[in-house]
Design a protein around this ligand. Structure first.
Ligand code: THU
Length: 128
């Protein structure tokens, strides 16, 4: 799958966003090492802290389907700037794929690509 195709999957998921409070729909699509793709959208709640990010939703779908090795994740919003993952989602991705490639797209479809260490240089990874 090309970068553009993966971003297209994220854009489709963004259309299913439930974001009446922020009015900021986000979509994500994760490609796994076996080629499987899982998508997610942000899901908000009137108790705002209960909100789930699009990336977290996609990770939950992938992991609950038995896929823990992520090759790429595309993230998109209808924003003027590239949609970067929040700190919590960076840590969540690190748990499963510390070197995952992250495609950050914006409303006009342009995107930039970095690997997770660029976003999360000193992850919490020990539990001793
Ligand atoms: N959001 C995401 O879905 N992913 C992120 O990485 C950052 C923020 C969502 C949460 C909320 O529904 C909306 O964007 C505004 O913060």
């Amino acid at each position: 799958m090309t970068d553009r195709e993966l971003i297209g999957k994220a854009a489709e998921a963004m259309e299913r966003s439930y974001s009446p409070y922020s009015r900021f729909p986000v979509g994500a699509a994760i490609e796994c090492d076996d080629g499987a793709v899982f998508t997610g959208c942000n899901i908000e709640n009137s108790a705002l802290g209960v909100t789930m990010c699009a990336e977290a939703c996609a990770v939950a779908c992938a992991v609950s389907a038995g896929n823990r090795k992520f090759v790429r994740i595309a993230i998109i919003a209808r924003s003027g700037d590239y949609c970067y993952p929040c700190g919590s989602c960076r840590q969540m991705l690190h748990e499963f794929s510390p070197d995952v490639e992250i495609l950050c797209a914006r409303g006009d479809g342009r995107y930039v690509s970095y690997r997770l260490p660029a976003f999360l240089p000193m992850p919490f990874a020990s539990f001793n």
